[in-house]
Design a protein around this ligand. Sequence first.
Ligand code: K7E
Ligand code: CUA
Length: 672
Amino acid sequence: MNKNTKALSLTAAAALTVFALAQVPGKGVLAQFGGGLPAGLEAVIKARELSPDDVEAALKTYVPPGSYDEFLLFASGGQAGNIEVLGVPSMRLIKNIAVFSKDSWQGYGIGDDDSKRLFKQGMAAGKLQEWGDVHHPALSLTNGQYDGQFLFANDKANGRIGVVDLRDFKTRQIVKNPLIATNHCGAKLTENSEYYVEGAQFGNPMPFTNYAPMDKYKELYRGSVTFWPFNRAQGKLDQTKTFTLELPPYYQDLGGMGKKVSHGWVFINTYNAEMATPGALEGKPAMEIQASQREMDYMHVIHWKKAEELLAAGKLKVNVISGMRVIPIAAAVEAGILYNIPEPKSPHGADVTPDGRFVVVSGKLDPHVTIFSFAKIQKAIADKTFDGKDEFGIPIIKFDAAVEAQVELGLGPLHTEYDDKGYAYTSMFLDSSVNKWTLDKGPRGEKPWTMVESLPVHYNTGHLTVAGGDTVKPYGKYLVTLNKWSLDRALPVGPLHPQNLQLIDISGETMKLLADAPVVGEPHYAVMAPAKLFKPWKVYPEVGLNGLTLKKSPTATEPGRERIVRNGRDVHVFMTAIRSRFVPDRIDVREGDRVHLHITNVDRAQDATHGFALSAHNINLSLDPGLTVDVDFTADRSGVFPFYCSEFCSALHMEMMGYLTVAKAKAAGAGG
Ligand code: K7E
Ligand code: CUA
């Protein structure tokens, strides 16, 4: 199955020649090989049974050792709680960014004070959450285009958002929405990263920590969308200035942000307009049946810009719930900022075209994508072309008045993205394919609103991403599908299979599958941008920076100023790390002492990261060059505990160690 068994129409070697010549017309790159194939190359092609397509794919994805990839792909790690960074076209894994889940490689959540602080900000219902379910990474935008500065991730499981600073590719903030239990990300970022837009997922009482009986679902449960202002200078979402729109307890799903002409609006899919509640043992049908009864669900159409203006002028009613400003549905309707449009049932993606003129909705259970026109929506609102109201009083825009076209694509359309030429690409979950189709103008003179190609993928793709495909100016060139099933695509490694990313070349007239890239954790969505957009630090710009504030740490220690300071039962250790030693390297305390380690990596060389692993204390730190990392713990067990550098840093790395000795409280005079 993983072998291309297609009969060779040319010999593979001849294909390579043709391909290579085609790349450089006239001259012919083969000239550098002496005018023909290098000796042995034909033998390799034969021995590996490569088809002409294989050879072409290999040449297109091969990144020679020491060379760099052209694009970076940020793929959500799903229930692994992280974001994986891959190079495109090689599809090599370059980094794992820990966001919601602990990661001992990065010393993230393994004892250090900074991640303790971060995790504390992210507590849900007063409980520490040490994992997350990342669905949608989003890159910060300037004028609707990626600016390479920040990366955002949602945690569906806990209604949280993580902010990653792309100067050092580290998580700098986790916020918890106190109103909702779960989110699924309405629409991510507005055109200039003014807001991160967080839609709820499953309905809950508001706030979710208030109990309400399930048989009062319609009355007491609610959905919502929260607008989190992003303070770019601070690199933080500002929890004090959020506003939330109360929504019916349909399940808010994905959304698309308005762009250009539709900037200021957001479109959010919902499902379960039935407002079904579970009750399998109580004799109710399964949720999947209950929640797919109706032919249509509703897409919320929200004028957030107007809400912002009315709020600023004090002209919009808000209720303060759990410290959040919540605009009631009735007030939103009254102010003309909230509408519904019927959409084919159980929709998933709502994807706005780069020019902002259309919103493409995919209904998982409908073989079409439905294209709504922003201009028509505006007209329908102005003319009040409504079909009554939903049970919550929200006007329902007439479907026919808002729809521009429907394109029949096949089974299970989920998500749509756009390229630089004007094509749309939709992931087909049930058909296991990527389907390419034309918008209102065929780039090569094709008919508008027509499917032009379908490429099989392996298997059951969820999201897909085109480089810049969710911006106002996609880069195109590559498309990656994030497939839910890998089945036979990778070597068998047990019943838990990897997920399978597939790289597809979309630069030519037809799509070409180039590579499989199995990854761990379920990638729901990914964003892809040119690598040259990112300008991360090689080492921290100063020595002694705190990794969370990026300011000079009050506990930074200069070489020669290392010391141990005892203050009652508190023992402060001001330590430096440099190739290949810790100073001090011996810490003697008594049982029950509180130990505070402040370790500064004073190395300035690129890649001179040290680790700090302390035996039996569940502590591992990553000390990147320039950072000061703090960790504190109670030395509550007597014994002798080696600590050592857990990152190979020099020829004498194995000698980079020390001891923590903890004397028995009794022997030391019962704790001084
Ligand atoms: Cu389709 Cu959460 Cu965006 Cu998974 S989601 S696929
Ligand atoms: Cu420092 Cu290994």
